[in-house]
Design a protein around this ligand. Structure first.
Ligand code: ZN
Length: 239
């Protein structure tokens, strides 16, 4: 691979579409190429947001409402605000409400036409994407001894980290991976357990990682452990 072409792999890496060998080369490149590191972080954040979007199908009822609005709405109705001075007879109030509903229906139809689909976002936000895209996020890369690569993002402003894995092997029957935050004396605080996808990818939110001295990954029995029971596969120092 030429030095020029490796800069073009950010998108494939962000989508976890690189073959193992190229992936390792690219992870090594990320550590020394600021522009690829920045671009990759943005692409991964975008991919994470898209994954969140597509994970939440719109309620069937909303879809039906929007489709009906699309059928009967020719153009956006004006939003009419009628001052409620004095007595308002029921018929005129109903008329106002109908116009308002028509305006909302029109806006929904326009939004649906533009998006081509209806997405519903939860209001809990996107902590993984926020950490990766944070202006102060620092990036660390590590290769794992049994294959796979890890990229760790730590943001002081988000008070959290995110670790993403590619080509991570299955942890084995009855076992799972677990993340740990270590302090300066190597005391380990348990974080989430996880299993990689069929393609070996995973991303784990690490609350409080910005205060940690290092981050470690171990293989633990299913359900996780309160203290590590095996030697870490990798320990990433946040120095
Ligand atoms: Zn580069």
């Amino acid at each position: 691979m030429t030095e020029r072409s490796i800069h073009l792999l950010t998108g494939a890496y962000a989508l976890d579409a690189l073959p193992a060998e190229e992936c390792q080369t690219f992870v090594a490149h990320l550590a020394e190429c600021d522009s690829c590191a920045t671009e990759t972080a943005e692409l991964i954040a975008t991919a994470a947001r898209l994954a969140l979007l597509t994970e939440r199908p719109a309620p069937e009822q909303l879809r039906a409402t929007v489709l009906r609005a699309v059928e009967r709405t020719r153009q956006l109705a004006p939003v009419v605000t009628t001052p409620l001075a004095g007595v308002v007879d029921l018929d005129s109030r109903r008329g106002t409400r109908r116009r308002w509903v028509a305006a909302v229906g029109g806006a929904l139809a326009a939004a649906a036409a533009i998006a081509g689909a209806v997405f519903v976002l939860g209001d809990e936000g996107d902590p993984v994407g926020d950490v990766i895209a944070a202006g102060d996020a620092r990036t660390y890369s590590s290769e794992l001894p049994d294959g796979g690569a890890a990229t760790l993002y730590v943001s002081a402003s988000e008070e959290a980290g995110v670790i993403t894995f590619s080509d991570l092997p299955d942890p084995g029957s009855g076992q799972t991976y677990q993340m740990w935050l270590l302090d300066a004396d190597a005391n380990a605080t348990p974080e989430d357990t996880f299993d990689p996808s069929a393609s070996g990818s995973a991303s784990v939110l690490l609350e409080g990682a910005s205060e940690a001295f290092s981050v470690a990954i171990t293989v633990e029995p299913d359900g996780g452990s309160s203290a590590p029971t095996s030697t870490p596969l990798a320990t990433i120092a946040l120095a």
